[in-house]
Write a protein that binds this ligand. Sequence first.
Ligand SMILES: [Zn+2]
Ligand SMILES: [Zn+2]
Length: 545
Amino acid sequence: MAEKKLRIIPIGGLGEIGKNMTVVEYGKNILIVDVGIMFPEFDMPGIDHIIPDWGYLDDKKERVVGIVFTHGHEDHVGAVRYMMDYLDVPMYGTPFTMGVVERKLKGSQAKSRINVVKPGGKISLGPFDVEFFNVCHSVPDASGLGITTPAGLVVHTGDFKLDNTPTLGIPTDMGKLSEFASRGVLALLSDSTNADRPGYTPSEAIIDGALRTVFSDAEGRIIVASFSSLVSRVQQVINAAAQFGRRVSLVGTSMVENSKLALKLGHLKDPEGVIIPLSEGLKLPKDKLVIMSTGSQGERTSILGRLSRGQNRDFDAMEGDTIVVSAHAIPGNEEQVSRTINSLIQRGARVIYDPILPVHVSGHAHSEEQKQLLNILRPKYFVPVHGELRHLHAHAGLAQQVGIKPENIATVENGRVLEFTKSSMTIGERVPGRYIYVDGTGIGDIGPAVLRERNRLGEDGFVIVNMLVDMDTGELIEDPELISRGFVFVRDSKGLFNDAKKRIVREVESGGNGSLRKRVEQTVSDFFYGEMRRRPLVFALINQV
Ligand SMILES: [Zn+2]
Ligand SMILES: [Zn+2]
């Protein structure tokens, strides 16, 4: 009998930042690692988010033994609700992670499938023994996974960095990594996000100094925007506030909820009772208050986004305010973040962001840390994960630098099957790994064709041609009517529209072949393109009498 193979299939997160999901398969058993979402890019109008394409599992649902989560970020747990509608299996993760998952499953039966694993804990699922190990990242209880399979030990780092002085929790568990190495690592799947950045990620500790500078300079209110799951940053702000005699009001649902969870689990500490509700905070003198909110990505609906447009309900950004953007723009959000910062400055606020002061550091390892991890683990095979293609390639290059043979490195994108035995790795067939778009309650009903139409609507608008046609003679009964939106300013374009109407009349009278509707649409489209170099979507409506 042929040797059974271990199959590792990256379903999402390879070739992109977001919607991480990995399938680990041995014999009849399947283990899933993470089910995240991705945020839409600028060319995906109307899309709420994107979930992984788990179509590979359609005929294998009963073989799935469980889902393990590495940590509570959206790109790792964000699609759990959709997954639970699809698959009824137990879920495992550390306390903070499962607290986030539980909130996502509010009101759903699937909550009963939640299992909490203590940090550093171990579980057995079918032929897989899964050891959680602490990694330093930008959310409490972040873990990497050591997955012992009959073919060998697979290490999945999750998202990590090697900060020796993290603000919160424990540094990455180097002892455990050495133990894995002594047992022999068959394959390493490792976070590639910052693989193209030289050196080391600066330590979280440098932010304390930057915040001290901000707090001692600020004369009025301080508003700090960050990620709601970045509990260590909330802690740093609480510490600075305590030191400078200020109170902190947390604003925004996710900020309040995550901080509540972190206080309950002991990740966040407020011994001096610095946190007060916003309603009380706003009554304090301005130099006694810090507001901590979401919106570091300039999202329109976030507090910072609303402040930048002067549309926030409870308070405004104004002269005298110091606003700290304690985050980096996630790739794709750079423009939105710059625009928000500019608008806040326009409103009179002083805005501090990295590199003005080091008020943020990344949660992902830079290249020297990645080499260090590779050197400790000495895996036989290496799969760079979690990154755009450029990051994966840079990471593969680092692995070669530390002596991993190129043929033992698999730089692949979503859906590529990797097969392992104790002594071989083959890159196999491709399974589905597309984008599944979520828009409102619709999941997967919108494809690239609809997005192309939305982009054309967004770029050049639309034109409707309304015609009344005699059923018997095929002649126009009255002049065609043109209605447009987002194309040209109608009042200034009478001549253009009149010329278009003449073309339509001529086309109808020509009695050419094919559908009248299509002919008219093509004529109008070509005419506008010829005149304006624009291609609005054109719809012809034919009313026959
Ligand atoms: Zn993360
Ligand atoms: Zn991530």
